[in-house]
Each structure stands twice: as structure tokens, then as C-alpha cells.
Design a protein around this ligand. Structure first.
Ligand SMILES: C[S@@+](CC[C@H](N)C(=O)[O-])C[C@H]1O[C@@H](n2cnc3c(N)ncnc32)[C@H](O)[C@@H]1O
Length: 259
């Protein structure tokens, strides 16, 4: 059984941690976890596990809608902007990022970000004050509140999902079969999801919702998962075989959570 293994009373207790690529992340006492892997590096992890595979593998569209679960320090959103600018991409981006920690977002105008995010100071400022930014090419909305509820208000079809909650053990409500079912409901038919989790219950939750599951690995990060509603040119994980070999394996479900 999973239960809420976090303590909202400790929400304001955070410490800066310098990760292996030199970029800073935070340690959250509330969840007793860091916002990023210190061994993979905060910026490197964001770029390698989420942004690069998403932009290489997602359908090329004039307008991309990205769901960033959850905003946290905003690395996935900001690394997306950085990659988009570096490559002179002309697509329009709409990024939607739920986040329940309002004080964290408000504090980010003073956060020590990597130099790659330097040119986005105005955007970081706007997001930390208004939770919203828009120009001719980019629209970013931070939805303050519980992601389980906030995603039900989304009317756009999502093309890319960065599934980057705290771990299934600490933040189980954002890893269940029902969570992935709700994500699928707001996804486009060729949507792609990136996540650091390689756990079988999480992959099963995706698989049972009709996502194909792929193993992903780069030279500078540990293994991760790409899930997709369309076939991808990657090594597909044979989930049926996994189930045959381990009949007791199960997707994590809302009914497993103790409130
Ligand atoms: C691992 S961090 C996200 C890291 C982020 N992608 C980044 O680049 O900094 C997880 C975030 O999810 C938020 N969170 C946890 N449970 C949530 C929920 N139910 N709804 C919305 N946000 C949630 C936490 O406050 C935290 O900021």
C-alpha cells in the first residue's frame, strides 16, 4: 500500500544542492527528495531525459502543446525554451505547468539558474509574479493547485508530457493508472510522454492506458522511459512478456493510496 509519504508542514524547508553538471537544484524536506537527480545533473537531466527526446520524437507540428508535470523550479519549461531558441525552431509553444507550491514559484526570480537560462530572466520574472507569460511564439501558464484537479480544466490537446513528479513512493497520486488515464484523455492521438521512472508498476499504468513503452538511455543519464500513443523508432519494452514473467506485477492504482 502507498500512503502520503510527505509532510506539507515542511513545505518551506528547502536547501540548495549543487548537482554533478554544476547546475543547482533544491532539496525538499516536505518530500525528502531533491527536485532533480544530483548524479545526472539538473540541467542535463532536464535536457537529456525530457526535452531532447521529446523534440526529436514528437510529431513535428506548427504548434506544440506541452504539459510540464510539475513546474517545480521550471527546468523542463526553461530547457524547452533554450532548446527551441538554440535551434531557431519556428513552432509556437504552449506550455501548461501545474504546481501546488505557490511560494516556490514566487521565489524563483532569485534562483541561481544555469547560464543557459540567462536570456529568459524576463520570462522567469513574469512567471514568478503572474504565473503566466505570452509573446508571439510562446505561451506559458502555471496552474496553481493540485495537478489531479488542474488537468481536468485543460481544453487544449497535449502533444508532449514531461512526467517529472517526485518519486512514485513519495508522490504516488501522480503515478497511478487513473492519473495516466486522465492524461490520455487530454492528449493528442500521437502524444509522447517522457519520464525518469523505469519502475514496472509505472510502465504498466501507462501500458494499460494504451501507451507503448520504450526504454531510453543517453551517455550522460541513467535509463528512463518514453511512452507514446504512436509507434516510435526506439527499443520497445515487451510489457506482455514482463507480465508473463511476473504475473504479480500491477499498475499502481488510486485505490492503493491511503489518504
Ligand atoms: C520533482 S519536482 C518537479 C521538478 C521540475 N520539473 C523542475 O524542473 O524543477 C515535483 C514538483 O511537483 C510538485 N507537486 C507535487 N505534488 C503535486 C500535485 N499533486 N499537484 C501539483 N504539483 C505537485 C512539487 O511541489 C514539486 O514542485
Amino acid at each position: 500500500m502507498f500512503q502520503k509519504l510527505y509532510n506539507p508542514n515542511l513545505r518551506e524547508q528547502k536547501e540548495i544542492v549543487v548537482t554533478n553538471d554544476g547546475s543547482c537544484t533544491l532539496y525538499s524536506a516536505e518530500f525528502d527528495e531533491c527536485y532533480h537527480s544530483s548524479s545526472d545533473g539538473a540541467f542535463n537531466e532536464s535536457l537529456q531525459k525530457h526535452v531532447l527526446p521529446a523534440f526529436k520524437l514528437a510529431a513535428k507540428k506548427e504548434k506544440l502543446t506541452i504539459l510540464d508535470i510539475c513546474y517545480g523550479l521550471g527546468f523542463n519549461t526553461l530547457a524547452t525554451l533554450w532548446y527551441h531558441k538554440q535551434n531557431n525552431l519556428e513552432s509556437k509553444l504552449h506550455i501548461i505547468a501545474p504546481e501546488l507550491d505557490r511560494n516556490l514559484v514566487e521565489s524563483l526570480q532569485d534562483f541561481s539558474y544555469p547560464k543557459e537560462f540567462e536570456s529568459f530572466r524576463d520570462i522567469i520574472q513574469a512567471l514568478s509574479k503572474e504565473f503566466f507569460y505570452e509573446d508571439e511564439q510562446i505561451k506559458i501558464e502555471i496552474l496553481l493547485g493540485d495537478a489531479r484537479e488542474e488537468i481536468k480544466k485543460i481544453s487544449s490537446k497535449i502533444d508532449i508530457i514531461y512526467q517529472d513528479a517526485f518519486s512514485p513512493k513519495k508522490n504516488p497520486a501522480l503515478w497511478t493508472y487513473e492519473w495516466f488515464r486522465d492524461l490520455k484523455q487530454i492528449s493528442s492521438k500521437d502524444a509522447l510522454l517522457t519520464t525518469y521512472s523505469i519502475a514496472t508498476p509505472i510502465r504498466l499504468g501507462l501500458f494499460e492506458n494504451g501507451f507503448r513503452v520504450y526504454e531510453y538511455k543517453t551517455d550522460t543519464t541513467r535509463k528512463s522511459t518514453i511512452a507514446s500513443l504512436k509507434e516510435l523508432p526506439l527499443d520497445e519494452v515487451d510489457m506482455k512478456l514482463k507480465l508473463q514473467r511476473n504475473p504479480n506485477a500491477k499498475a499502481l492504482r488510486d485505490s492503493d493510496l491511503i489518504q
